[in-house]
Write a protein that binds this ligand. Sequence first.
Ligand SMILES: [Zn+2]
Length: 239
Amino acid sequence: MTELLYQTDSYLQEFEANVLSILPDERAVILDRSAFYPGGGGQPCDFGSLTVAGVSYPVHRVKKQGDSILHFLGGDDSLPSSGTTARATLDWARRYQLMRTHTALHILCGTIFRDYGALVTGGNMEPLKGHLDFEFATMRGDLVREIEAAINKEAQIGRDVRVNILPREEAFQIPDLIRTKINLLPEGITHVRTIEIVGLDLQADGGTHVHNTNEVGKIRVADYKSKGAINKRIYIEIE
Ligand SMILES: [Zn+2]
C-alpha cells in the first residue's frame, strides 16, 4: 500500500520513500509513500526521477493499481532492491502546469453552473490546455467571450482552493456535491476527497490543484464544439 502524499500536499516536489516491492517484468517499483500523481479524473500522470543507491532512473509513467502506485522506470540500469531508500523528484514544471490547468477547469465548471445552470459531464486535460463537456443546450458562439471574461475574473480575484477529506456520509449531505458525480462512488469508499474553490465550486476530486485561483494565470476559451443538441464541449488554454 502506498501513502498518497499528493492528496494532502500538492506542492511536494521531492520526497524520500522505501522501496516496498519490484515488478521486474514491467520495470516498475512500489514505494511506501509517493507524491507522484498516478493519473485519473482527466489529469495525466506525473513524470520525474528516482535515485536509489546512487543510480538515477527516469520515471516515465505512473499508475494506480489497487492501493499501490506503480512507478515505471526508464533506462537500462538494473532495478533497485526492495527495502532500500529512494529519493524521488517530480518533473515540477509539468506538474505545476497541470495543477494550474486542473484548477482552471474547475473555475470553468463552477462559473458555467453558476451563470447558466449547465452541468459538466466529463473532461480531459494536458499541460496548459483542456476541455470540459456540458449539458448546455443554450451554448452558442457569442457566449464564448462572455464566458472567457467571467472565468478570468474568477482567476484574478484570488479565490482560495481548499482540499478536504470527509467521511462518506458527511460528503453525501453537501448539496453542491450531489450535483456532481459523487453518486457514482463505489460502495467501499469510506472517505471522499473534495476540492473547494471558495465561493465558486465544490467537487469530489482526486487531482492536484493550486492553492489560489490567482496562480492559474490568463485563461483563453480556445474553441467550442457542439456534440449534439444538448452536449457542448468547451476548450480552454492557459498562457
Ligand atoms: Zn477535477
